[in-house]
Design a protein around this ligand. Structure first.
Ligand code: AQP
Length: 328
């Protein structure tokens, strides 16, 4: 079976963008791939965080993935920092990556711009290399991600190819798997920005666990435009196009099909809200059951042990390829 790996940061409430862009694909992929999914807590350290909050969020995020349908009997779910191989391989790959290529990463430019590059943590600059290590450790063939991760995936492929060329074949060169619809869900209040856990507009982000009334209110208040024409045109009509994307992704249609028949924004918003509420209802219901069970910690421990069987041999091969003395 081909292998798949992907991850999510425990940096806030998991949202509709995470679900449509990534998690929903993971649930599907686990049945026909050797599947590895992780909560990437090391990535969360790239900006300031409260330690207790990070710990709680890490467990909560894992619980949410289980509620969304990841099945630990068919996939491996673990926490990134529970496998030391991630940090170890990241160092080796930092010695393969160049400063120039990391400088081109748009996420670093955007995030560093918020507080100024001088104050940005070094980890914020190098985290795409850690992400490459996350993927290459598991020899992943496919990496199901949202659209904004394409650039990081390209870097990962470049690093794998450069390493293999320089030191001999060690890594599988992975491919990004991006959904045809829903790969970039935008913020409902600022539809030119992607929906994000770290967004400063809570009204623009739909959390997977939001009550149905909250989901409906947020969608009804979504920013549109002053025209009264329902048309998919992300450049001139970002708000309406985002609603069409959400409706299409939630109901398994193309955006063109989703747009058919609407002449006003009110009915479009009402139907989009209904589709999202219906889509998220089973996840909310399962999350409540899992909260009571609290078995996520044990599942994560088993996942970390299972992940070792792939990660440890890969890091050993990489160490030996670059000339580090084998451990006794
Ligand atoms: N808006 C989105 N639309 C579609 N897919 C998305 N993803 C993230 N946002 C969208 C995909 O979800 C997976 C996990 O990504 P993440 O943990 O980096 O999510 P985030 O919401 O972007 O998280 P943060 O902590 O808030 O980070 P920043 O500050 O970078 O936005 C990925 O596959 C991602 O593509």
């Amino acid at each position: 079976m081909p292998r798949v790996l992907s991850g999510i940061q425990p940096t806030g409430d998991v949202h509709l963008g995470n679900y449509l862009g990534a998690i929903r694909q993971w649930v599907e992929h686990q049945h026909h791939h050797d599947a590895y999914f992780c909560v990437v807590d090391l990535h969360a350290l790239t900006v300031p965080r409260d330690p207790a909050h990070l710990r709680a969020r890490t467990l909560e995020t894992a619980q949410l993935l289980l509620a969304a349908g990841l099945d630990p009997s068919v996939c491996t779910l673990f926490v990134q920092s529970h496998r030391h191989e991630h940090a170890e391989l990241a160092w080796v790959l930092q010695c393969v990556a160049s400063i120039g290529e990391l400088r081109r990463m748009t996420q670093f430019k955007d995030k560093a711009a918020r507080e100024g590059e001088e104050a940005a943590r070094v980890g914020l600059f190098t985290y795409p290399v850690l992400q490459a290590a996350d993927i290459l450790l598991y020899q992943a063939d496919h990496v199901p991600v949202g659209d904004e991760q394409r650039q990081h995936l390209e870097l990962c492929r470049d690093l794998a190819e450069r390493f293999n060329h320089r030191y001999g074949e060690v890594f599988t060169v992975p491919e990004a798997t991006v959904p045809a619809v829903g790969a970039r869900i935008m913020d409902l209040q600022v539809p030119t920005m992607k929906m994000s856990k770290s967004s400063e507009s809570p009204q623009g982000t739909i959390s997977i666990l939001d009550d149905p009334e909250v989901v409906t209110r947020k969608i009804k208040r979504a920013v549109t435009d002053t025209e009264a024409e329902v048309r998919y045109d992300p450049k001139d009509k970002p708000g309406v196009s985002n609603l069409l994307t959400i409706l299409a992704a939630a109901t398994g249609r193309s955006v063109e099909d989703a747009a058919a028949g609407y002449t006003q924004y009110g009915p479009l918003k009402a139907d989009t809200a209904e589709a999202v509420v219906e889509l998220l209802a089973p996840v909310r219901a399962r999350y409540r059951e899992l909260e009571v069970e609290k078995d996520a910690a044990a599942i994560l421990a088993q996942g970390a042990a299972k992940a070792a069987s792939v990660a440890a041999p890969t890091v050993t091969r990489a160490r030996e390829a670059v000339g580090l003395l084998p451990r006794a």
